[in-house]
Design a binder for this molecule. Sequence first.
Ligand code: GDP
Length: 300
Amino acid sequence: LVRLRSRLSRSQTTLGKGLLTLLSRDRLDEDTWEEIEDTLLTADLGVAATQELVDNLRTRVKVLGTRTPDELRALLRDELLGLIGPDSDRTVHSVKHEEGPAVVLVVGVNGVGKTTTTGKLARVLVADGRRVVLGAADTFRAAAADQLQTWGERVGAHTVRGPEGGDPASIAFDAVKEGIAEGVDTVLIDTAGRLHTKTGLMDELGKVKRVVEKHGPVDEVLLVLDATTGQNGLVQARVFAEVVDITGIVLTKLDGTAKGGIVVSVQRELGVPVKLVGLGEGADDLAPFEPAAFVDALIG
Ligand code: GDP
C-alpha cells in the first residue's frame, strides 16, 4: 500500500485531494458540484460513473447535513469503492488442471507493456513455486522475443520462440505442447498487438486461441492497457473485446498518471475486472489490484 501510494502520488494532482478540497467548501453550490464533475472526468472516470458518483454524493451530503472532512472522506471512499466493485473475483487463473497447464494469453496493443507484464507475471508465479513456460508469440515486434527470453532466463522459465516473422499461432501451439510435456503449471503467451485492421487482429488472435484450444482450454485472456492513454485505451479495449473473450484487465503505467479513474471506466466498458496493475518498469512492479488500497491511494 505504501508503495502504491507513493507511486500514484508521483503524479502531482491526485484525484482525491482535488475532490476533498472541493467538498470542504463552506457552500456546496451548483458551481462546486460542476467542478467536482470536471475533476472526476479529468481523472478518466467516464461520464456515466461520474454522474452516478456525483448524484450519490449529493444525496448523501444532503441527508447527512453537517459534514466534517473525515465524514466527507469516508463518503467519497465508500462511493468510489462501490463503483470499483470491491467483491469482484480478481484471481488470475494460473493453476494447473486435469487437461494440463493453465494457459494465459496476454493481449494488447504494441507499447502498452505486454511483454514486460508477461515477464513480471512469470516472476511472480515462479516466486510462488510454480513452473512456467513462456511463449513468444509476438513475432511482429522484432525485439519482443529476445526481451521475453531475457525475463525467462532471469526467473528460470524456458521461452518457446519461432523464427522472426513466424506464425504466432504455431509458436503458441508449441509453447503449450512443451508445457504439457514438461508438466509445468502455467504457460504464459505474449501475443502481437497489431491493430492496423480489426480483421487482421481478429484473424491472428482468434487463430492463436483456436490453436491453443486444441490442447485444452485457455484459462485466462489478460488485456493489457496503458493507463496513461486515457480514452484511447478504452477504444482499444472495445476492439479487443470484440475479437476475443477478455477475462481480466492489466492496467500498466499507473505510476505515471493522475488518471486512475480509468480503472472504473474500463471495468464498466468491458464488464471485466482489473486484476493486476503495473506500477513501474522494475521486476517487482506488478501488483494484484486491491480496490480498497487503490481508493485509499487515490484519495491520498
Ligand atoms: P509491449 O510492446 O506491449 O510488449 O510493451 P513493452 O513490454 O515492451 O513495454 C513498453 C515500455 O513500457 C517499456 O519501456 C516498459 O518498461 C514500460 N512499462 C511497462 N509497464 C510499465 C509500468 O507499469 N510502468 C511504467 N512506468 N512503465 C512500464
